[in-house]
Ligand binder design. Sequence first.
Ligand SMILES: Cc1cc2nc3c(=O)[nH]c(=O)nc-3n(C[C@H](O)[C@H](O)[C@H](O)COP(=O)(O)O)c2cc1C
Length: 207
Amino acid sequence: MSMKTLGISASPRINGNSDLLLRQALAGAESAKAQVEYIRLCDLNIAPCAECSFCHKAGRCRVEDDYQMLSKKMLDTDRLIFATPIFFMTVCAQAKILIDRCQCLWAQKYVLKKPVIETAGRDRRAMVIAVGGTKSKKMFDSIRLTMKYFLDVLEIHYTANLFINGIDALGQIKKHPAAMKEAFRLGRELITVITPPPTEPINVELT
Ligand SMILES: Cc1cc2nc3c(=O)[nH]c(=O)nc-3n(C[C@H](O)[C@H](O)[C@H](O)COP(=O)(O)O)c2cc1C
């Protein structure tokens, strides 16, 4: 059976750099016969976490919007590819809103001690794509930690990173063939390499 692969694009820009890399990665996954779905967060209506603590008792979010649909897809998928631009040294707001809404999964798991998904026998893996405009050395420090905790609540293995710096203008990534090639390769490998996943994410950083 083909592997479900969900691509989530957080960039507010249509054809943004991280979005173009995501689509390359999804093309790579598709080339390995994955069943691919692409979602742009800007097309959805997801409100920020209201910090009402309803989920600490109910194990679900009280706010009903597109989060429920997306959360179901994230928990159901075999492979997740999450792409974001770097804004102020971390993920963009659209990505952070989604991540914060996953607090209800955190509550389910760590407060109510209930399983988030039926993990038995499932090999779920995720890859993160991030693009920043400058060449700041610490640019990807924050995103690594945020993604570690986000992917932990989703109970999906953090398998790979593709981080590109020094890319700022809209569509500039198209002039970086090595990055486009790596996105395709990593997307394909996310499907084809089924040896036990690495303990630490594979890290590809390009300038
Ligand atoms: C609000 C905002 C904040 C940004 N913050 C950073 C930053 O902290 N570091 C950096 O290197 N680039 C920063 N950038 C530049 C973007 O990361 C860069 O333009 C990137 O290519 C955007 O990716 P996208 O086209 O996928 O949206 C920022 C851009 C915006 C609009």
